[in-house]
Structures are given as structure tokens and as C-alpha cells.
Design a binder for this molecule. Structure first.
Ligand SMILES: C[S@@+](CC[C@H](N)C(=O)[O-])C[C@H]1O[C@@H](n2cnc3c(N)ncnc32)[C@H](O)[C@@H]1O
Length: 139
């Protein structure tokens, strides 16, 4: 799912044909899907693009549509180690191009999840000196 048709068009050109895959245009913060309708949800470099209210709604929707026991995998930016060689460069890139990305340097993603629906488990791994993170939530 993507909100922009051009992104879906580019993806369609790259994906091999597979009847299990459907590309949907839609808003991650307001999904037209029933509760508990997916086994797994992946949010790939999405949350850093969104203002806080939309990010919170996206996480609430991901938790809503994932069945109990299902997984939500989140891959996104993370605060790099102080010595990281790209730290200064990324700060500049975020200032110019990614105004919401710093939120993920300053907060754990868990901070944006709804109080009322907490995951049963959260596994967190970071990569490349902390520049990226992967969370695996169990619903
Ligand atoms: C950094 S890109 C990642 C694109 C793609 N997931 C990939 O891995 O190449 C972030 C994508 O999030 C999409 N996006 C931003 N806000 C969205 C929303 N509210 N609902 C759905 N997609 C959204 C943007 O259109 C953009 O294509």
C-alpha cells in the first residue's frame, strides 16, 4: 500500500507477477480493512515520513488489522552512535528533506503506539552503527 499512485506504478514495474500480491492505494493511517485481517504487517521506511499524529494513527491501524499472535515488522531510521561517520550528514539531510525523521532519533517508536493496545512482545535490532532499526512486534 502507498498513498501515491506513482510509487505503486514504479513498484509494479519491478515486481514479478504473483497472484498473492496486490498493490493498493490508500492511507496507512486509515485502513479500509477489518480488524485482525492480516497475519503480518510491514512498515518499511514509512514512519519517519509522517507527522506525529499520522504516525500514531498508522501504528494504531497496524495493530488493529494484525491478528492476535501476528507480527508487525517496522524498519526505519534510528539515532546513530555519537561517532557515526554519517551522523552529521544525516542531520543535514533530515533538516532539509525529512522534517519528521528526527522524531525517530529522539524517541523509541514504542512511544507513538496507542496506550490501550500494547504489543505482547517487542524485539528491537539496530544496524549500521545504529542508523537503522528493525522492530518485530507480536500482536
Ligand atoms: C521512503 S518511501 C518508501 C517507499 C517504499 N516502501 C520502498 O521501500 O521503496 C515512503 C513511502 O511512504 C509513502 N507514504 C507516506 N505517507 C503515507 C501514508 N499516510 N499512507 C501510505 N503511504 C504513505 C510515500 O508515498 C512513500 O512512497
Amino acid at each position: 500500500m502507498d498513498i501515491l499512485p506513482i510509487q505503486l506504478k514504479n513498484l509494479a514495474a519491478k515486481l514479478p507477477a504473483d497472484e498473492r500480491v496486490a498493490l493498493l492505494q490508500g492511507d496507512s493511517s486509515s485502513l479500509a480493512c477489518p480488524d485482525a485481517s492480516y497475519d503480518q504487517v510491514l512498515l518499511f521506511f514509512l514512519l519517519h515520513e509522517q507527522p506525529e499524529a499520522v504516525r500514531r494513527a498508522t501504528l494504531a491501524e497496524a495493530l488493529r488489522v494484525t491478528r492476535p499472535g501476528g507480527k508487525i515488522v517496522i524498519v526505519d531510521y534510528h539515532r546513530p552512535r555519537p561517532w557515526h561517520p554519517l551522523r552529521l550528514l544525516m542531520t543535514g539531510v533530515f533538516r532539509k528533506l525529512e522534517p519528521y525523521a528526527m522524531d525517530l532519533w529522539q524517541n523509541e517508536i514504542e512511544a507513538f503506539m496507542p496506550e490501550a493496545v500494547r504489543p505482547a512482545a517487542i524485539e528491537k535490532l539496530t544496524y549500521y552503527g545504529g542508523l537503522y532499526q528493525k522492530l518485530v512486534l507480536t500482536r
